[in-house]
Every structure is written in structure tokens, then in C-alpha cells.
Write a protein that binds this ligand. Sequence first.
Ligand SMILES: [Zn+2]
Length: 282
Amino acid sequence: MNYIFLVYFFILGLIVGSFLNVVIYRYNTGKTIGGRSGCMSCGKKLKAFELVPVFSYLFLRGKCSGCGARISSQYPLVELASGLLFLALATKVFDSNPTFSPEQASLYGASILHSTFYILFATIFSILVVIFVYDIKHKIIPDGLVFAFAILALIYQLLNLDYSNINLSFWLNIFSGIIFFIPFAALWLFSQGRWIGLGDGKLVLGIGWMLGFVHGLSAIILSFWLGAIVSIAIMLTFQLKGRGQNITMKTEIPFAPFLIIGFLIVFFYPIDVFNLSLLFNL
Ligand SMILES: [Zn+2]
């Protein structure tokens, strides 16, 4: 794959990222998505050169040119993350490892299938970027976003299933979202929302359908490991500072970012942590 092609997808991701920042900022606030962006302190409308993803932040050294108020590092970070995700997605979808069968390719034409899958995945990644930041900021996962992810992931799973071979793996994959949702919902119910939020359960619907049963389970296990490591690190830090009294997983540490990181790791590197594919002969 040539570099110009990759740069194109990186820039596309940067631009989408700056739009996602607007969505994160205005979602559920009653404000519309449209309209010119301005400084949150002095209200100064941004000029065209101040709207360039990442570079404007660096050029302005993270401060408003009108009043000198600090601009949140969320803006360049979301833009950069989106740029890198769109780039990585292009290398996965357009290069190796086709996400569709040779029969589908001959039926629809490979380039159309590539583009369709790219748009589907890019939409899903954009939704996940918003959920990631939104959960950190507000400790809540918006229903509209998490259900949109679940529906798109189910569509992908239905497109991807091998209908000529209806075996155990077929049924596990078609129900994987629900299979993962049930234990999360049970944990939420029994702990009355103290151990885990129901939003996390809704999030694993999409993760299950997107990755299928074996890899979906790997992603969720990875996210628990990551979550445990980071939680212990945070608790130790608080203990050392003598403020360790009231920390629980739910109140202090949002879990959606770990689920999303686990998902992304397994999406790009299909790990099977328990070697389940051997067990089920999948
Ligand atoms: Zn300002």
C-alpha cells in the first residue's frame, strides 16, 4: 500500500476527530451540532487557521488567542487518536486479510466491499471514540450511541456469518452479543449498579457481535485485566497520598474505556486468550 493513500486516511481521521470533539461537547446538552466553534471562556469565534486538527492546538500552544484560556488537551488527543485509528483501519481493510469471502468478492466486486466495510468500521470506531471520552468525562454511556454500535455490529456479524455451515460456532456468534450482555446485566442487578454500570453491559452487545464469541470473550477478559492493573495502580497512588477510603471500581474508574481498548486490541490482533477455538473446533 502506498504512503499517499495512508496519509489520506490519517487526514480523514483527523477531520472526523475534530467533528467528534464537537459531538462529545454538545451531545445531550440541547445544543445543535452545527454552528461555528468558539472559545468556551471568552466566546471568541475561531478563525479558519485555528480549526486545523492537532496543528492549531500546537500552534496556539494550547491557549485561546483571544483571552489566553487553556484549551482542553481532549481536542488534539481525540483528533490524533481518530487519525491513527482511521489509518490503522485502512491498513487492515484495504491490505491483507479480507473481511469477506471470495464468493462475496466475485459477486459484488472487491473494491466496493472494501469501501463498504471501511465505512462501516470507521462509523463504529467514531462511535467508540465518543463513548470512550464521554464515559471518562460524565461516567455515563449514552444509550443512543451504544445501541447504534450494537446494531451496526449485529449487521456486520449477519453479513459475515457462514450460512452454509450451521454449527455450534454459528449459533455462538449469532448470539454472542446477548451471551456477553447477560453476565454484565446480572452483575449490575446483584450489585445494584455498584460493581458495574448497565451501560457496560450494553457496550458488550456490540463487542460480542463485532468480534464473534471467541474473540469477543478475549476482548472482555483483556479489558478486565487492563482495568484491574490500572485500578490497582490508581488505588496505590491514592493510598500513598492517604486518600484511599472511598474508592470503588464503579465510582472512581469508568470501565467503557477498558472495554474499548480490549476490543481494539483484539480487532487488530485477533488474540484467543483461552485457546477456545481449539476447544470448540471453531
Ligand atoms: Zn478565549
